[in-house]
Each structure stands twice: as structure tokens, then as C-alpha cells.
Design a protein around this ligand. Structure first.
Ligand SMILES: CCCCCCCCC/C=C/C(=O)SCCNC(=O)CCNC(=O)[C@H](O)C(C)(C)COP(=O)(O)OP(=O)(O)OC[C@H]1O[C@@H](n2cnc3c(N)ncnc32)[C@H](O)[C@@H]1OP(=O)(O)O
Ligand SMILES: NC(=O)C1=CN([C@@H]2O[C@H](COP(=O)(O)OP(=O)(O)OC[C@H]3O[C@@H](n4cnc5c(N)ncnc54)[C@H](OP(=O)(O)O)[C@@H]3O)[C@@H](O)[C@H]2O)C=CC1
Length: 294
């Protein structure tokens, strides 16, 4: 979507950049010329992704460089190390994409205290730790940086069976708005993206496993646009929000879900009613109208 070189000279840290959506966004940021540091717990995974993307994009003119640094986002020292290594390698940091997450589907009453903590710690604590580290660095160095948090649509609606994730994503969303208000004076922008379903192994293994997958409808079938999301569509939006082209947008969460959340509308689920059935419905209502007038 953005023109070639749109992110030239920018350095962006992508948490969870070794897999899934983080990897797809990283690919696009590199293509647009940004240098990218990817980090997550599994060193072998981020190293392999860095190698793969370097080889895949070698022929792209103006492509950025990629650095892989292991990090558990629950650990402030490891976060500080990612920041230090990024500055040492690329000279500065301009953007932070908080994309790392943990999640699994479960009735809440089946969760141990530790299970609940694990999700909240990765998603909420990880997001505010990383944002705090990078925000302090930006304020100290007078850099107008940009934070982008990967949220979910249920951060605002809530959702059963993923309650720790909903609690944590909800907290991260209110941090997005709160910090946008507070750090605007430093030129720092803070935004979020709320994606609907975008197939990834990490999400599907934990949210759509068997036998649930056989019991549930295809995730695309309950979406007005009748399909799940494409990674490129999300990458476009992320690159825009991390770029200077979105310079006047802050504190915003942008939904990209093919209209899925709108299905909460009282009658939105009636899309399978046929024309013939609507004729019958219309006749029936008109008959009732006439009866009420007589
Ligand atoms: C419709 C289509 C989609 C559509 C999708 C639409 C929107 C989705 C929105 C959001 C999507 C996402 O976030 S998708 C992101 C998915 N990706 C990930 O989750 C990647 C990272 N995940 C992980 O590493 C693991 O899954 C996770 C458990 C979170 C963390 O691993 P750890 O090694 O740190 O933790 P563990 O020691 O294994 O587990 C910690 C505790 O959690 C418990 N635990 C682990 N799994 C459990 C389970 N299934 N049920 C109960 N409890 C469980 C363990 O027993 C432990 O508790 P004790 O027994 O008490 O010790
Ligand atoms: N796929 C979808 O439909 C949707 C996804 N999302 C969000 O998109 C983002 C990406 O998810 P997706 O790509 O689907 O799933 P993935 O499982 O592929 O991505 C999650 C990433 O987080 C990393 N991670 C997990 N725990 C930690 C930790 N403690 N420290 C550092 N990194 C960690 C994982 O790497 P490692 O294991 O190496 O640490 C992994 O790379 C998440 O924020 C998710 O909530 C939101 C809505 C819908």
C-alpha cells in the first residue's frame, strides 16, 4: 500500500516477530526499507525467520536489515537488552510493535491461578514493560516514536472462554489511549489494531483446535465479508500506523475484521433468509398492518 522506501531510515522493534502475524508484518516493514529487530523467547525461531526473510528479500531494492534478539517480554532486563542491541546495531529506535501474546481457549473455572497469570503477564505486563522501556528512551533522546499494539475486537466487547486474554487486551487498550494523551507532548503516538480472525498456527492451535474445530462453524462464515483476513491486509494497516503518514492519529484502535463485530447487531444474522422468504415476511407484516387499522 505504501510507496517504496516509505519506512527508509526507520528502525522498528517487533515483539513476537518470528511467527504468524508478527512475521508477516516484519516482512512488509523490511520491504518498505525499515530496519527491524524481532524478539521472542525461542532464539531458534527468530534466527530462522531472520535468515529466511534476509534470503527471500535479498533482491528487493532498499530493503531494511533484520536483527533477532531473544527476549521474554515479562522480563525487563531482557527488554532493556533488546533496546540496547537495537540501538547499537541500527543507531536508534523509532517504532515499537507490541505483538507478542499468549492465549488458549478454556472455560474460566478450569483455569489455575498460574494459567490466568501466564496470559495476563505476557499480554498486559509484556506490553507495558516494553512500552515503558522504549518510551523512556524516546523521551530521554527526544525521539518522536510510535507504539502500535496488536489488540483484538474482544478487548472492547469482552468474550467468554478467553477471559485472561480479554482482560489483558482490554488493559493494553486503555493504556494505548491513556499514554496517547500523556505522551503526545513528546510527539509520541500510541495506537492499536483490533484484528478479527487471521489464520496463524499459533492462534488456530490454541483457539480452534479439535474437537472444537469440528463443532464450530468455519470462522469466515460468520463474517459479513464472508472470509477470514489476509496477512497482507493487516501488514498494510500496521505499516501505515507505524509510518509518518499517520502522523495525526493517536490513541486510536482500528478494527480490521471484515465486519465481524457488527454481527452483534440484533438482526445482522438474518443474511441467509432468501428473497422468497422475505416476500412472505413482507406479506405477513402488511397483513398485520391492515388488521391493526381495521
Ligand atoms: C475461531 C478461530 C480463532 C479466531 C481468532 C480470533 C481472535 C483471537 C484473538 C487473540 C488471539 C491470540 O492471542 S492468539 C496467540 C496465540 N499464540 C500463543 O499463545 C503463543 C504463545 N503461547 C504459549 O507459549 C503457551 O500456549 C502459553 C500457555 C500461553 C504459555 O506457555 P508457558 O510455557 O509460559 O506456560 P505453561 O507452563 O505451559 O502453562 C502455564 C499455565 O497455563 C496452563 N495451561 C496451558 N494451556 C492450558 C489449557 N489449554 N487449558 C488450561 N490451562 C492451560 C498450564 O497448565 C500452566 O498452569 P499450571 O498447570 O497451574 O502450572
Ligand atoms: N491470529 C489471529 O486471528 C489474531 C491474532 N491477534 C493477535 O495477533 C498477535 C500475533 O498472534 P499470532 O500471530 O496469531 O500468533 P503467534 O502464536 O504466531 O504469535 C505470538 C508470538 O508471541 C511470542 N511470545 C509468546 N510469549 C512470549 C513472551 N513471553 N515473550 C516474548 N514473546 C512471546 C511467540 O514467540 P515465542 O513462543 O518464541 O516466545 C510468538 O511469536 C497477538 O497479539 C494476538 O493476540 C489478535 C486477533 C486475532
Amino acid at each position: 500500500m505504501l510507496r517504496d522506501g516509505a519506512l527508509q531510515g526507520k528502525t522498528i522493534i517487533v515483539t513476537g516477530g518470528g511467527t504468524g502475524l508478527g512475521k508477516s508484518i516484519t516482512r512488509y516493514l523490511l520491504t518498505l526499507g525499515a530496519n527491524v529487530t524481532i524478539c521472542s523467547r525461542r532464539q531458534a525461531v527468530i534466527d530462522e525467520t531472520a535468515q529466511e526473510l534476509t534470503t527471500e528479500l535479498a533482491a528487493v531494492e532498499g530493503v531494511g536489515r533484520i536483527l533477532a534478539v531473544p527476549c521474554d517480554v515479562r522480563n525487563p532486563q531482557e527488554i532493556e537488552n533488546v533496546l540496547a542491541q537495537t540501538v547499537e546495531t541500527f543507531g536508534r529506535v523509532d517504532g515499537l510493535l507490541n505483538n507478542s501474546a499468549g492465549n488458549f481457549i478454556s472455560p474460566t473455572e478450569r483455569l489455575s491461578y498460574k494459567a490466568f497469570d501466564t496470559i495476563v503477564d505476557i499480554v498486559l505486563r509484556g506490553t507495558y514493560y516494553f512500552t515503558l522501556a522504549v518510551g523512556k528512551y524516546w523521551i530521554e533522546n527526544k525521539i518522536s516514536g510510535t507504539v502500535l499494539n496488536i489488540s483484538t475486537t474482544y478487548a472492547t466487547t469482552g468474550s467468554g472462554y478467553v477471559v485472561p486474554s480479554a482482560v489483558a487486551k482490554g488493559g493494553a487498550l486503555i493504556m494505548t489511549k491513556s499514554l496517547a494523551a500523556e505522551w503526545g507532548k513528546y510527539g509520541i503516538r500510541v495506537n492499536a489494531i483490533a484484528p478479527g480472525p487471521f489464520p496463524t498456527k499459533g492462534a488456530w492451535d490454541r483457539l480452534f483446535p479439535e474437537p472444537l474445530a469440528s463443532l464450530m462453524d468455519d470462522p469466515g462464515s460468520r463474517i459479513p465479508l464472508n472470509r477470514v483476513g489476509d496477512h497482507g491486509e493487516l501488514a498494510n494497516l500496521a505499516a501505515y500506523l507505524l509510518s509518518d503518514f499517520s502522523g495525526y492519529i493517536t490513541g486510536e484502535s482500528i478494527t480490521i475484521d471484515g465486519g465481524e463485530v457488527l454481527m452483534a447487531g440484533e438482526f445482522s444474522h438474518l443474511r441467509d433468509v432468501t428473497d422468497e422468504q422475505w416476500d412472505e415476511v413482507s406479506k405477513s407484516i402488511k397483513q398485520a398492518n391492515r388488521a391493526s387499522k381495521s
